[in-house]
Design a protein around this ligand. Structure first.
Ligand code: SF4
Length: 500
């Protein structure tokens, strides 16, 4: 039981944690994943012994469980604050009255997986990769699960698995398989190994990925024996599924660490859920928690419109707001890609806040917005007249000098051969450059005493503003003035005017 720190003794302790829910369970039991799996909370009577359920909701919740099962391992149960009916862990695992309200809203198969299934258990939507469902059960049943329809808790028959393997072996374009379910890690290690061995024997299959929520809901399942087996089948990747920072516990961190040490890269696929992680603060806490466990935040999925989960879905605007709140406010490595799985099998569509406000490929010019809302003008290439000016300056300065030289009017270089000016602005540049060259000042630096060490931000060393674009060439210095040789100005960037 976790005591609220720093509060007066009169404040009741929070009803959360193993000591609150399972005070008599031994360490040996608690750390045994099979004990955890066997003792999942699966019906309402068990649940009511652990959580207060309002009387008027009991029948509704029982009704919900006729539609979609519940399974909460004691470890995951212990993360729930029993006194908070809106607890984010509870909302993910416990059927609530709203699920009853929305039981007829949404699709059984919102992603159209069945219609892309050449053999039972395989979804082949993208040319080079397939999804392979090898389990119909999970450690925890998430209320928003896209595959609610397949959770029977029956073992997938051997023959069906062989047919899936055979399909992959026959389909030479498949180089990547996502082994999923249900949760593949609810299989015994021996059964999982037999499947991985068959897959690894397919020569054209390059990558095996496993999708699992076990490190979140049943981290005890990740043990040395499992990791030893998995590392025989590299290259193997694992996608995990953390949704809330409170799921990043020491137990989960230990599980992720074991997998990482077995050489398995871990990527997280979170789902954006109303009342669970639909705020910048929570999502930031999540991605930081993941990074500390060496798990890369990979995707944030918009919650699919699956039957009975409407109460957990939020708006795309909320998703964009969260992504805005991450970009620039935490490390780029910690920022997942927000995606919407297009209905009926359209695949993942990346959805991003708009940072490219305008792009003109002809003018090779873009207007960009940064994370602070500041606006920047960006050129792929400089406008023609400015390019011309810089070429002329560079060319005129290319005098064979081994160091600073003094130019007098007699040494002044001639205006270089000028390409035909294509625009009036370029003509103007040409004319002014010619005039400047005739006066011995071809480098465009009004301050002839400059030592050539202009700051990159375009200000003269002496603090005077640098020329700002075409037509801003400074007046020529007296012909006898000493001018330092080769200016680096033409080779450096300069500050742009902010178009805002
Ligand atoms: S763990 Fe994954 S597959 Fe299982 S119920 Fe949750 S979301 Fe669905």
């Amino acid at each position: 039981m976790i005591q609220s720190s720093g509060l007066a003794a009169a404040v009741a302790p929070r009803r959360i944690g193993r000591a609150h829910y399972y005070p008599n369970v031994t360490d040996a039991e608690w750390n045994d994943w099979k004990w955890q799996f066997r003792n999942r909370v699966t019906d309402l009577d068990q649940l009511m012994k652990l959580l207060p359920i309002p009387e008027n909701e009991r029948e509704l919740r029982r009704e919900v469980l006729r539609d979609f099962r519940m399974g909460i391992p004691p470890y995951y149960m212990a993360l729930i604050d029993a006194d908070d009916p809106h607890d984010p862990i509870l909302r993910q695992a416990v059927p609530i009255a709203e699920e009853y309200t929305y039981r007829d809203v949404g699709d059984e198969d919102p992603l159209g997986e069945e219609s892309y299934s050449p053999v039972p258990g395989i979804t082949h939507r993208y040319p080079d990769r397939v999804l392979m469902v090898i389990s119909n059960s999970c450690a925890v049943y998430c209320r928003y699960c896209t595959r609610k329809r397949i959770m029977y808790e029956d073992a997938v028959p051997e023959m069906e698995i062989d047919r899936m393997v055979d399909y992959i072996a026959r389909t030479k374009t498949v180089r990547d398989v996502v082994v999923s379910g249900g949760d593949p890690l609810t299989n015994s290690t021996a059964k999982l190994e037999s499947i991985l061995a068959k897959l690894r024997a397919i020569p054209h299959l390059e990558i095996i990925r496993i999708g699992t929520r076990v490190p979140v809901s049943l981290p005890q399942r990740i043990d040395a024996e499992l990791c030893e087996m998995l590392q025989k089948y590299h290259p193997l990747w694992i996608n995990v599924h953390f949704n809330h920072p409170r799921e990043c516990t020491p137990e989960a961190a230990r599980a992720c660490d074991l997998l990482s040490r077995a050489g398995i890269p871990l990527n997280n696929q979170a789902v954006l859920l109303k009342g669970v992680n639909d705020s910048v603060e929570t999502m930031k806490g999540l991605v930081h928690g993941l990074m500390k466990m060496r798990v890369r935040p990979y995707y944030v999925y918009h919650c699919d419109p699956v039957r009975g989960s409407e109460h957990m879905r939020t708006t795309i605007a909320k998703g964009l707001e969260i992504m805005e709140g991450l970009r620039g406010h935490t490390s780029g490595l910690a920022i997942p890609q927000y995606v919407i799985d297009a209905p009926g099998g359209g695949g993942k569509v990346p959805v991003n806040p708009n940072y490219l406000l305008h792009y003109d490929p002809k003018k090779q010019r873009a207007i960009l917005r940064n994370f602070q809302g500041r606006i920047f003008e960006y050129y792929e290439q400089l406008p023609e007249e400015e390019m011309l000016q810089r070429r002329l300056v560079a060319s005129a300065n290319a005098t064979p000098a081994a160091g600073p030289i003094a130019l007098t009017s007699s040494h002044a270089p001639r205006a270089p051969e000028l390409p035909a000016a294509a625009t009036p602005a370029a003509k103007e540049v040409r004319t002014r450059l010619s005039r400047a060259a005739a006066n011995g000042n071809v480098n465009g630096k009004g301050g002839a005493k400059s030592n050539g060490a202009h700051a990159a931000n375009g200000t003269h060393a002496g603090g005077a503003p640098a020329p700002q674009g075409p037509g801003s060439i400074a007046p020529a210095p007296p012909a006898t003035e000493t001018v330092v040789g080769k200016s680096k100005w033409a080779h450096r960037g300069r500050a742009r005017r902010d178009p805002s």
